[in-house]
Design a protein around this ligand. Structure first.
Ligand SMILES: *[C@@H]1O[C@H](CO)[C@@H](O)[C@H](O)[C@H]1NC(C)=O
Ligand SMILES: *[C@@H]1O[C@H](CO)[C@@H](O)[C@H](O)[C@H]1NC(C)=O
Ligand SMILES: *[C@@H]1O[C@H](CO)[C@@H](O)[C@H](O)[C@H]1NC(C)=O
Ligand SMILES: *[C@@H]1O[C@H](CO)[C@@H](O)[C@H](O)[C@H]1NC(C)=O
Length: 409
């Protein structure tokens, strides 16, 4: 027994396992690499700005009366010049992520060209000067130049912005570079997530139930990893449960018209020539095959992905079943996220399963003594916590120390 726990603790320390935190980072950028300037009209990455692999979907305008206005922070960095054409200080307001990237860039600019500073010509826009989907309205975009307004520097300035970690950098016009960042919530600063509340599961009574209505102790359709057959497995806890959190999800549509809405760093079961593999949802491409359950059969069938879009939804839920898998909207997925091994993740959660089993036996023993005729089950005994489960949080923070390059990259 002690041996097992040791293994678990080692596993916990070695691998980044968490409920549904940030996606895997792209790793630390290499130092000493030759920097190539961007050319006019080039953007990095080479996809449109509001797509998932760049800055993600636009959430809509933020006004001063908006509750989201409180998420914007002012940037008073002396190494950055703010043009503030509007005279309202609006250009200084930005999301925390945008501020961090901008401050990093300010240092690179001074190192690259001594005596020159970073100049922000446009930041948060509250007056509607931009196109409807613009991230300027959300404090997630800045237009920048160098303080000397030397246009020959702009291509390199854009490259430095890419290196500073902006999620999308565009040599937009001869007179400025446009940079933008992802939503704060897509970056795991408020980690948690997995499935929106209207996703459905099938309970052991044969009913379909929304995730937001699911309770701990209920048995739901899952896949037994040892036999690959469908079984009903007990919900031990919710790795995440937050009706008010807004997240960015992938919407995978299958050829049977089933849809799976899932956060990008969650594990799904993909059918490959070598058998079934667990992979990150974000690595799924059109044509990949997922496993789905059909109503009257305990075997799974494969179904191919025909479209993938990004959607914003409010409410995040992540049930953990005893077997570590769950069938959501008929599609078989893992209960885990972030580490791309179902086995490792399942091991790391072993202590929780042991505690659950122990609690259950205690409850059963007690109920037999107190009321031998009671048929009450352990269902609904334990309330759902709001937010990320403490155990997942501990794993998360451990991961933070062991492999920091996976986070906040
Ligand atoms: C913001 O609220 C104030 C008072 O509550 C109101 O006078 C003003 O018109 C509002 N502004 C916008 C842009 O809604
Ligand atoms: C997902 O995409 C499908 C097909 O494109 C669409 O019918 C469905 O409404 C989308 N779901 C969400 C949650 O946006
Ligand atoms: C999926 O939906 C589309 C449009 O709603 C429909 O044309 C198609 O026949 C449906 N396919 C299946 C397999 O139900
Ligand atoms: C399962 O259901 C499908 C359609 O719902 C039907 O065509 C098929 O015959 C059923 N199979 C069994 C074994 O009942």
């Amino acid at each position: 027994m002690i041996m097992r726990w040791c293994i678990v603790i080692i596993l916990m320390g070695t691998f980044a396992v968490e409920a549904c935190g940030p996606g895997r980072g792209v790793g630390r950028r290499k130092i000493g690499r030759k920097l190539t300037p961007l050319v006019f009209k080039q953007h990095v990455p080479n996809v449109p700005e509001v797509t998932l692999t760049a800055s993600g979907v636009a959430e809509g305008r933020i006004g001063r009366n908006d509750s989201r206005f409180n998420d914007l922070v002012p940037n008073y960095n002396d190494d950055i010049i703010f043009k503030d054409e509007e005279g309202t200080g609006a250009d200084r307001l930005m999301t925390q992520r945008c501020k961090e990237k901008l401050n990093t860039l300010a240092i690179s600019v001074m190192n690259m060209w001594p005596g020159v500073k970073l100049l922000v010509t446009e930041g948060w826009d509250e007056e509607g000067y931009h196109t409807p989907e613009s991230l300027h309205y959300e404090g997630r975009a800045v237009d920048i130049t160098t303080s000397d307004r030397d246009r020959s520097k702009y291509g390199m300035l854009a490259r430095l912005a890419v290196e500073a970690g902006f999620d999308w950098v565009y040599y937009e016009s001869r007179s400025h570079i446009h940079c933008s960042v992802k939503l704060e919530s897509s970056q795991g600063t408020k980690y948690g997530g997995c499935f929106p509340g209207d996703s459905t599961v099938v309970t052991s009574t044969g009913n379909t139930k929304k995730l937001s209505e699911l309770r701990i102790g209920e048995k739901i359709l899952s896949q037994d990893p040892s036999t690959n057959k469908l079984i009903f497995s007990e919900v031990l806890l919710f790795l995440d449960n937050d009706p008010n959190q807004k997240r960015e999800f992938l919407n995978l549509t299958l050829s049977s018209n089933r849809t799976l809405v899932i956060t990008p760093n969650h594990l799904v079961l993909k059918e490959t020539a070598e058998g079934v593999r667990t992979v990150f949802a974000e690595s799924i491409i059109v044509g990949d095959k997922l496993l789905v359950s059909v109503s009257n059969n305990s075997n799974l069938v494969s179904d191919s992905v025909i479209s993938i879009t990004a959607v914003l939804r409010t409410g995040v839920y992540a049930p953990l079943t005893e077997v570590g898998t769950v069938v959501i909207n008929d599609v078989v997925v893992s209960c885990y996220a972030t580490v791309d091994s179902q086995t490792v993740a399942h091991w790391a959660f072993l202590p929780l399963r042991l505690v659950w089993n122990f609690k259950q036996s205690l409850w059963k023993a007690w109920s037999v003594v107190s009321n031998p005729f009671s048929t009450r089950s352990t269902e609904n005994l334990v309330p759902k916590q709001i937010g990320v489960h403490w155990y997942a949080k501990i794993l998360y923070s451990m991961a933070h120390y062991v492999i920091p390059s996976h986070l906040n990259d």
